[in-house]
Design a protein around this ligand. Structure first.
Ligand SMILES: [Zn+2]
Length: 228
């Protein structure tokens, strides 16, 4: 079945999606990801990764036997090789792929949209879209500060009624896969890092997605999930 889903993510507060280049010489350890034209984005790969873990959580809650990402040796098809299922892929790998199976879906980058009603294009160019925040690394094991581990991260200022838009397109085999994917989008409450510092929460009041293809109603998808 042909799938096309429009995604619209509206952050509630500042957003940290590191991994951008151009950080050298600026004193920033982790910069925001930009397109070559300077536009801020949430990379499709980051969005896909976040959505995958959300779908994994839901699938497990529904009692589905799924593999253990992200270690390749714990993922499909290895995960099932030792039981009677043999060479097969779990529902999560069928949607998002595994190191041995290409995902049937592609995830575009989510592009920062200018809030048209608030800013003219020339005003928008002058708006400060990111800021640099200092932080201190804490040891994951002992929960104490690591010596000389002060770092600087660039975060996106998103308190301006902005949104990030992108698309998921491709093919899925079953309505069950589609229902799980959509439940994952619905359940997304945050994106990006530094969540413990209050960054990256997603506004849940607006519609986060629109299913363009296939022509299924929400109630049909909910029915599908109830069958699980
Ligand atoms: Zn799997």
């Amino acid at each position: 079945m042909n799938v096309e889903i429009q995604v619209n993510i509206k952050p509630k507060d500042s957003l940290f999606i590191g991994g951008g280049s151009g950080a050298s010489g600026t004193g920033v350890d982790s910069a925001t990801v930009r397109r070559p034209d300077g536009c801020l984005i949430i990379p499709g790969s980051s969005f896909k990764g976040k959505l995958r873990s959300e779908c994994e959580r839901i699938a497990r809650a529904l009692g589905e036997d799924i593999c253990l990402s992200p270690k390749p040796e714990n993922m499909c098809p290895h995960y099932f090789l030792n039981d009677e299922k043999g060479m097969c892929y779990c529902i999560i790998c069928k949607i998002f792929g595994s190191p041995w199976l290409k995902s049937p879906l592609s995830f575009t980058d989510l592009i920062w949209q200018r809030p048209y009603f608030h800013f003219k294009p020339e005003e928008w160019k002058r708006i400060r879209k990111t800021e640099v925040r200092p932080g201190v690394s804490i040891s994951r094991y002992t929960r104490v500060k690591i010596e000389k581990a002060l770092f600087f991260k660039e975060v996106m200022n998103t308190g301006m009624d902005i949104s990030f838009e992108g698309k998921i397109t491709g093919n899925l085999e079953t309505t069950k896969e589609l229902a799980l994917l959509i439940s994952g989008i619905r359940a997304l409450l945050s994106i990006g890092g530094m969540k413990s510092r209050g960054l990256g929460r997603i506004d849940d009041t607006n519609e986060k997605y629109r299913v363009i293809k296939p022509d299924y109603s929400d109630s049909k998808l909910e029915e599908e999930l109830k069958k699980w």
